[in-house]
Structure formats: C-alpha cells, structure tokens
Design a protein around this ligand. Structure first.
Ligand code: CP
Length: 309
C-alpha cells in the first residue's frame, strides 16, 4: 500500500491502517540498524534533501542517517548557509531542488503551513519535519512506535501529554496518531498553555497533574518552548516546574510501569529532572533510535516501497 498523498504534512491526513503500515515497516528497519553493516540498497539512485529553516539535532540527523542507511544520495541545506539568506523564496528554493532531480525534500520551518506551501510548488515529495506550532508527524510516529514496542499495543492505553500544549506541534501530531489508534488521550498543562481545539481533536483536558497521571500508562513530557512563549503565560519557570514538572515523587505515585516519553531536547532543570530523565522508565534515547527506523520506513514507502527495484 502506498501512502495516499504526495506529501506527508501530518498524521491527521492518514488512516489508522496507513499509520500502522509505517510502524510495521519500521520494525525490519530497526533490525537493519542492529546489523554490523547498516546499509541496504532500497533507495539507491534516489536523492533526499533536508531543508531546515529552524534548528534541529535529532530530526535532521536521523533523516540524513535514515536516507544514507537506505543508500540514497543526501544533501543538507540550512537557511543561514544558502541563498535563503539572500532573500530567495521557499518556492524558488524548492524548485531549485526539483531542477536538480531531488526526489524527497524534508522541511522544517518556523511558520505553520510552510511544508504544504512547498509541496504545492514542487514535484518532489515533501515530508514535514516540524512546522511552527502546527505538526511534527515523524516525531509522533516514533513516539507511537516506542509505545507499541514497549506496551505491545496502543488501543485502550491512557496517554497523558504534559506541559506546553499551546506551542507544541508534537502534542498535536501525537493526539491525531494516538486517537486514530484507539488510545485515551489526556492533555495537561497550565490553562494559559492549553489551546481550545484539543478537546475537538479527541483529548481530555486536565489542569491538575496528579489527576492527569492517575492510572496513566504513558506520559509524554513536552519541552517548555521558551523561544515561542509570549510574555505572561505563567508566573515564572520555578512556578511552572512546581506545578507541572514530571518529578521523581510524581513518578513514584504513578503506575509502576508508567512509560515516560520526551521528544527532546530536554530542559532537565524545568520539565523533567535528571532522576526521571535517566530512569529505566524514560525512553528518550530509545525514541531517538526508533526515530531513525521510522524515518527509514517512511522514506522507503514514499519512494514506492521497493517497487522500482
Ligand atoms: N524532537 C525534535 O524534533 O528534536 P530536534 O529539534 O532536535 O529535531
């Protein structure tokens, strides 16, 4: 089964079956990562470009490694080191990549909607690697994969997404993916960081962290996005941490097998103290590995799933 649209903008536009196909394809990809020689020829002759207008460690590097492990040609463009800095438009940059024969463009942008705009301007397939506060579909895929691998299922689980929901593209994409796969989704954070549309997306809103964690199987702790904050959304960082940090005490009170996810990068002094971040229940490094496998699966499926071979 091929994915339904040319571009991957968000999990909102995929069915549960299509999401599951990506997760199932990621399983053998993870096996490839465990081999001594990690390269397979699935994308030989294809070219993948990463076009990042915003900083990234995990997403950019894991897409680049995923493409390399599948034997694709890769190139990386950052806005500061390209003609974007001279005023070139997103569409013209995309058309330039098209003219050079790029098959897949991975884009991160600080403006919500930029990947959709790029996809409409180019022939290459476009993958959203995070756009503003809108969506981060591949982060949600790797989070789903991690939950599935650790818990054996997603249907029926209670998953709490904790923190700065308002500015979080990770939260939005996770809500789409988790609800489509049958999880009960709770979102918890200060009222000023809670967008109105989350309930319509199928999540239940909590403002009290202890209530939100009671009986939860998974908590996904979000980074407090200081770079996107407007002034006055909470009194102070200390106050925020007191009310909403995933502390060791809260971990002890929760279900003994509570899984703690964090998309990274972590603020260890704010939302997740070191004792929890480095605990056996926290999957942050596992998520990074799974991110490479999920992105290999997506690149493979978006390149025709081996049909060219
Ligand atoms: N989780 C995530 O998107 O991390 P980066 O910003 O480092 O890519």
């Amino acid at each position: 089964m091929a994915l339904p649209t040319k571009d991957l903008i968000d999990l909102e536009f995929l069915t549960a079956e299509e999401i599951m196909e990506i997760l199932e394809t990621a399983k053998p990809m993870k096996d490839v990562l465990k081999r001594k020689i990690k390269t397979v020829p699935a994308l030989r002759g294809k070219t993948v470009a990463t076009l990042f207008y915003e900083n990234s460690t995990r997403t950019r590097l894991s897409f680049e490694l995923a493409a390399k492990y599948l034997s694709a040609g890769t190139c990386n463009i950052s806005s500061s080191a390209s003609s974007v800095a001279k005023g070139e438009s997103l569409q013209d940059t995309g058309r330039t990549l098209d003219a050079m024969g790029t098959d897949i463009i991975i884009i991160r942008h600080n403006m919500s909607g930029a990947p959709k705009l790029l996809g409409e301007a180019v022939n290459a397939r476009v993958i959203n690697a995070g756009d503003g506060t809108h969506a981060h579909p591949t982060q949600a895929l790797l989070d789903l994969f991690t939950i599935l691998e650790r818990k054996g299922q997603i249907k029926g689980l209670t998953v709490t997404i904790l923190g700065d929901i308002l500015h979080s593209r990770v939260a939005r994409s996770n809500i789409w993916g988790l609800t489509k796969l049958g999880a009960h989704v709770r979102v918890c954070g200060p009222p000023t960081l809670m967008p109105t549309e989350v309930e319509q997306m199928g999540a239940k809103v909590y403002y009290d962290i202890d209530e939100a964690l009671e009986g939860a199987d998974v908590v996904n702790v979000l980074r407090i996005q200081l770079e996107r904050q407007q002034k006055g959304l909470f009194p102070s960082i200390e106050e925020y941490a007191k009310c909403y940090a995933m502390t060791e005490e809260r971990l002890k009170r929760a279900k003994s097998d509570l899984l703690v996810l964090h998309p990274g990068p972590m603020n260890r002094t704010i939302e997740i103290p070191t004792a929890v971040a480095d605990s056996a229940q926290c999957t942050v490094e596992e998520q990074v590995t799974n991110g490479v496998a999920c992105r290999m699966a997506l690149l493979y499926l978006m390149s025709g799933g081996g049909q060219d071979e």
